[in-house]
Each structure stands twice: as C-alpha cells, then as structure tokens.
Design a protein around this ligand. Structure first.
Ligand code: GRF
Length: 203
C-alpha cells in the first residue's frame, strides 16, 4: 500500500488575506499536496482570520504588545505554531519579523511584492514605482534572519504601467503573487526542495 503524506501549512497573516485565500482554494484539491492546518495573526479581527474561521480552520492571534518583550512574543508564536505540527510555515502578508528561535524550529517562506533583492521592506510596490522601474514583480523566499534576504524559491515579473499608482501596481502584483505562491508551495509540498548556498531547487 502506498501512503500519501499531505504537507501541513501554518499560514501567518496580518491583513486582507487574499494570498491565504488562494492557498485555501488550492488545498480544496487533494492533489495539490498541502493543507492549511491553522492560521495565525499578529492583530485582531483581520479579514484574513475571518477567511480561515469561515472554513472552520483553527486561528490564533498573538499581539506583540501583549507580551513583555519581542522575545516573549516570539516564544509564544513558536509554541502556538508548534502545536499544529507544520511541515512549512507560510508568511502571507504577515507584517512582522520572527526571531531566530522561531526560524530554528520551522522552515518558513515569505511572499514579497517586488523582485528581490530590489525593494525589500514594507513598501515593495511603492518603492519600485518611485524608482521608476518598468518591470517589477513578486518573490517567494525562505525566511532567514535578515529583512527579505533569504534564498529565493520563485519569482514572477509584472509590468509597471505609465498610469500606475501604488494601489493599481500592488493589485497587479498580487494577482501574480497568488499564482506564484500556490504553484511554488504546491511543488515544495509534493516534491520537496534543496538549498545549496543561496540556490533553491525543487526537483
Ligand atoms: C502581499 O502583496 C504581500 O506580499 C505584502 O502584503 C500583501 C498581502 O496581501 N506583504 P494579502 O493580505 O494576502 O491580501
């Protein structure tokens, strides 16, 4: 008898959760290879958390300000995530950096709305627009101790149009970002991945 293992994803969110929704929809197909077993947020009453709760997926909220220090928050986040025994943690619009203790415990990917290493940080779409690039995009990377510096898993390019503002550009990036995320996480779940230096390959 052949056993099929489905990867267990814990998804961390902060906002509207359209990337989370794409993962939830993908997981409806059992051949995708992964399921979302829990969703964690760093703030209360996000649309993202509601998307998970509407599907009966366990959610938790851990706010930095409710802990005496960032290290305590990181430990609480680690404990909450560990309880769901994830194969992979997906940061999907999660607007917090996690600490080394968390990263030592779980493999984690993050999606960013720019073609890294260009335009890291909180405002990837705005910074690309202000710089005047004609092509930007999105990046999925393995999280390391830096800010948007980890080994790159996948990227997709998106044109910048002359009449773009930050919102229109970010929304166009997010369409590509959702497809990239679903495709790459599914392949990582089904096939595994190898990291050699900075190079990530999915066999
Ligand atoms: C995404 O573009 C993500 O890369 C950025 O914020 C956006 C989150 O969108 N950090 P959503 O909450 O998944 O809709």
């Amino acid at each position: 008898m052949e056993a099929t293992l489905t990867a267990r994803l814990v998804v961390l969110v902060s906002g509207t959760g359209t990337n989370l929704q794409a993962l939830l929809d993908a997981a409806d197909d059992p051949t995708w290879g992964a399921e979302v077993v829990a969703v964690g947020a760093d703030r209360e009453r996000t649309v993202a958390e509601k998307r998970a709760a509407d599907r009966g997926i366990p959610t938790f909220v851990l706010r930095v300000k409710d802990f005496p220090s960032r290290v305590d928050w990181d430990a609480a986040l680690s404990a909450a995530v560990a309880g769901f025994e994830p194969t992979l943690v997906v940061s999907a619009g999660f607007m917090k950096l996690v600490g080394q203790a968390f990263l030592d415990r779980f493999p984690m990917v993050n999606t960013h709305p720019a073609l890294l290493p260009s335009f890291p940080g909180m405002h990837g779409a705005r910074d690309a627009l202000e710089h005047g690039v004609k092509v930007t995009g999105c990046t999925l990377f393995l999280v390391d101790a830096g800010v948007d510096t980890g080994p790159i898993v996948a990227q997709a390019a998106v044109p910048v149009l002359d009449d773009d503002d930050e919102h229109s550009l970010h929304e166009r990036i997010k369409v590509a970002e959702r497809d990239m995320l679903v495709d790459a996480v599914g392949r990582m779940a089904r096939e595994g991945y190898t990291v050699t230096g900075r190079r990530v390959t999915i066999p």
